[in-house]
Design a protein around this ligand. Sequence first.
Ligand code: ADP
Ligand code: ASP
Ligand code: MG
Length: 403
Amino acid sequence: MRIVQKFGGTSVADIERIQAVAQRVKAEVDAGHQVAVVVSAMAGVTNQLIEYCGAASPMHDAREYDAVVSTGEQVTSGLLAMVLQSLGVQARSWLGWQIPINTDSVHGKARILSIDTNELISRLEDGQVAVVPGFQGLGEDNRITTLGRGGSDTTAVALAAALNADRCDIYTDVEGVYTTDPRIVPSARKLDKITYEEMLEMASLGARVLQTRSVELAMNHHVRLQVLSSFSTAPGTLVCDEDEIVEKEIVSGIAYSRDEAKLTLVGVEDRPGMAALIFGSLADASINVDMIVQNVSEDGSTDVTFTVGRADVDRAKQVVESDDAIVCREIRTDGQVVKVSVIGVGMRSHVGVAKTMFKALADKGINIEVISTSEIKVSVLISEEYAELALRSLHTAFGLDSE
Ligand code: ADP
Ligand code: ASP
Ligand code: MG
């Protein structure tokens, strides 16, 4: 078999942890498998590097940001190759540009375009372990790029797809994908299996256990993806097609995101084309808008509320203010909000999920500010101070608590 193993930051946090990782790699090699390993930077290192960039120059060049923040992974890949060699395992590190992992040139958030696997495959076939730093690639501008926070997951899945691997094992610091973040809700339950679609929603709605892009790639290329702990030998969670899951829950998981801010344009002139103007201007400024509500108009004007990422709130306000064609009385902003979402493919065939959700929140006196739904999720925007209470109450209301 050909296997890709990925180890996250806490799994390679120090030399002792890297030695433990090397043992896991060796076990697969000893079992006769071809192994490519993707590693993250040591826990905390990427944050530190980002801080350095901010301190060096608040308006830094994105190409130099990538040159700096990609280095954490270079260190761990070299160290893991050394430790593997010391255990008698043939191993070699391969930086993104050496393979190369080709990406577009959107520095700081690049997408992988292709991976040249010729050399890697011949080495794997010779029994050599390839150690690949996650998170980095080579842009079309011939410079180092990075894939956005959590991007090592995407490196691993993209590499598994390119190598036609039989399995992609993502090792992290929890035992798999849980019904919700186990660090916030201790009664969260580990899922044996979750569908690609649900995992995609969970990831994009805030569960950072897998980067969203990695799930998208796994779904499109049918990569057999597993999430498990590098700290235990417990079985993990398999991310798979819906027909592999016999017992489907109505709600499989609950996600939350703190990266939300709300803007309300009060007293917007109510005429055709206004929404196109507002959201057109925001799109032109590359500001991503998520939830939107518009009230009915009574006196020819209406209120439009929408959410953007927290980092974009001031810029979004400026964009609206500076567009003379957008007429409104007042712009209010609120950065103290979170989005809580319940997710499950069972919702397609069951009614009443929204009702259960709204009642559970009402029982705790939690006000819902904005609602949005899709076929397999319901999301609500609430005040940040109620985030944990909401998560715990919904977890219980949907019968997800472990016994
Ligand atoms: P790594 O460094 O291994 O990539 P991350 O910190 O990126 O690890 O992701 C693992 C973390 O994701 C866990 O420690 C957990 O707190 C968080 N998390 C959020 N939602 C979930 C969930 N539904 N299931 C498991 N972990 C979750
Ligand atoms: N080190 C990078 C980050 O912290 C990539 C990763 O760990 O996935 O975002
Ligand atoms: Mg991660």
